[in-house]
Design a protein. Structure first.
Length: 87
């Protein structure tokens, strides 16, 4: 098989994957920035916050946050993208 054919076959999955990634929903206009979400969680958890494990935009329309407390508890939050209120 020639180099051109090998490259063309290898490029097809990459093209399909990039199209799938582009289909993801994005936060709405006016949504809190990621840095604002992190700062808000840090402020609300206060001294009980050990670390933030994950912050992710969920395609269902909210910020999904997971953190651990100093006592070792796992806390999961679903936050409104504009107001930051828990859902």
């Amino acid at each position: 098989m020639s180099f051109v054919k090998i490259f063309a076959v290898a490029a097809i999955p990459a093209t399909l994957l990039s199209g799938a990634a582009m289909a993801d929903e994005v936060p709405p206009v006016g949504a809190m920035k990621l840095s604002q979400v992190v700062a808000m969680v840090e402020e609300q958890a206060g001294t009980q916050l050990a670390f933030i494990k994950e912050v992710d935009w969920d395609d269902d329309g909210y910020w999904d946050v997971e953190y651990r407390t100093t006592a070792g508890d796992k806390v999961e939050l679903k936050l409104d993208p504009v107001t930051g209120a828990a859902r």
